[in-house]
Design a protein around this ligand. Structure first.
Ligand SMILES: Cc1cc2nc3c(=O)[nH]c(=O)nc-3n(C[C@H](O)[C@H](O)[C@H](O)COP(=O)(O)OP(=O)(O)OC[C@H]3O[C@@H](n4cnc5c(N)ncnc54)[C@H](O)[C@@H]3O)c2cc1C
Length: 389
């Protein structure tokens, strides 16, 4: 890694560490939506949220990296996002998810929004004043986005949406949604899907929050004759799947980086606990079976970090990254799941006591194997690359 690149990334990590150490303890005491807003404010104040938006649209100045890594000012730096998510996740799942969602929810605008919309909305995202959400999943369309049935119909100079999105992160607090909707039937040219910018105060839009395993604002979004201006179509009609997959392709590696942050914390907590806790007159760290768990956690983490570095560099430099990204997402999230589970085991009862760090890690890490493409979908992607259809 070059001096310029590693210097910037090290600074980002340091800032994220300072923020995490300062904010994480109080976030875990707050009610979920209050914590989400506090996390967002902290990230914005520390200048970290700006890294979720391209430089061209009011995001952080990536030029220091660009000189070395051919980054373009109209995309976000995956290596920067990975450095930040790894460090934030180490301290707080909430800090991590708030940074990630600002990027994921707003990147379709960066890719397909007209200049006016981008200028109006994206600097607000970078400053934490507009909360973004990314709405693809539906009750009948999860892993298979071609099953999306939310409809958008053109009426005069407006679009009218009808349908139901579910599992939409940030739904209860979002200022806007990037929504994938059906505008036609699949054809040889495209999937018949388009992407829309939908403000949360649009008439006919309703949010129904629900809870998941870990603190994470999330909910259903219902559209009933929900009307938006024609200019809120992002990109071209029929280009929606391309914008959705383009967004996922850029952000998916950072899920793996967050997994590494959780796994690194699980390893640190386990080392400290095994040294401190004594049973049968000696520290737990003297039991070989437990020592082997720690050794295995270390190896899996290091392998996952190398896979993330490789994938992030390929995406940033515009290389063909499909294999590398799927490998990183699959391996890092599975490895982190294993490590957090072992950390609970090594802590005994304390591992499941509400409020302990490993109990938090165990809950925080689980969804990473599911969202932005499940582990099985990553395997399907890898197999297709390796064997063809
Ligand atoms: C915490 C959380 C946050 C989320 N945030 C968002 C969000 O912000 N926006 C959004 O749009 N969505 C979001 N999601 C939804 C997420 O992307 C989906 O849950 C995910 O894509 C899987 O879809 P599904 O839940 O419908 O499961 P399904 O697709 O029904 O899958 C069920 C099981 O079948 C397997 N499976 C499915 N298809 C195949 C196949 N072809 N080959 C092999 N196995 C297969 C899956 O791997 C899984 O194990 C979120 C989910 C969670 C849990």
């Amino acid at each position: 890694m070059s001096a310029i690149g590693s210097g910037v990334l090290a600074e980002l990590r340091a800032s994220a560490r300072v923020l995490g150490e300062r904010l994480a303890p109080s976030l875990s005491e707050m009610e979920e939506e209050v914590a989400a807003q506090a996390a967002l404010a902290g990230l914005a104040e520390a200048g970290l949220l700006a890294w979720s938006v391209p430089e061209r649209d009011g995001g952080a100045r990536t030029s220091g990296l660009a000189a070395e890594y051919c980054l373009s000012p109209d995309v976000v730096s995956v290596r920067a996002l990975c450095a930040l998510r790894d460090e934030l996740a180490y301290h707080s799942g909430m800090l991590d998810v708030m940074l990630a969602m600002q990027g994921l929810g707003s990147f379709p605008l960066a890719l397909g929004g007209n200049a006016r919309l981008r200028q109006e909305v994206l600097p607000e995202v970078a400053a934490g004043r507009a909360v973004a959400a990314f709405a693809l999943t539906e009750p009948g369309a999860g892993s298979s986005l071609s099953d999306v049935s939310t409809r958008a119909e053109r009426r005069g100079d407006k679009w009218v949406l009808n349908g139901h999105k579910t599992f939409i992160s940030n739904a209860p607090i979002a200022r806007f949604f990037s929504v994938l909707a059906r505008t036609g039937e699949p054809s040889e040219e495209d999937a018949g899907l388009s992407m829309f910018f939908v403000p949360s105060d649009a008439w006919g839009l309703d949010v129904q929050p629900f809870e998941v395993l870990a603190p994470h604002p999330i909910g259903d979004v219902l559209f009933a004759e929900c009307e938006i201006p024609g200019e809120f179509l992002l990109g071209q009609e029929g280009q929606g799947l391309e914008l959705a997959l383009g967004t996922l392709a850029r952000f998916r590696t950072s899920v793996a980086a967050a997994a590494n942050g959780f796994a690194r914390r699980a390893l640190d907590e386990s080392r400290a606990h095994l040294r401190a806790r004594r049973q049968s007159g000696k520290p737990l760290a003297r039991h070989q079976a437990l020592r082997f768990d720690v050794a295995e956690m270390d190896v899996r983490l290091r392998a996952a970090q190398l896979l993330v570095d490789e994938a992030a560099e390929q995406v940033d430099t515009g290389a063909e990254a499909t294999l590398a990204v799927a490998r990183a997402k699959l391996f890092a999230t599975e490895a982190a799941g294993w490590s957090c589970d072992r950390a609970v085991q090594l802590h005994g009862g304390l591992g499941v006591k509400k409020g302990t760090v490993v109990e938090r890690l165990y809950r925080d890490v689980r969804a990473l194997r599911i969202y932005e493409g499940t582990s099985e979908i990553q395997k399907a992607i890898l197999a297709r690359q390796l064997l063809g259809d």
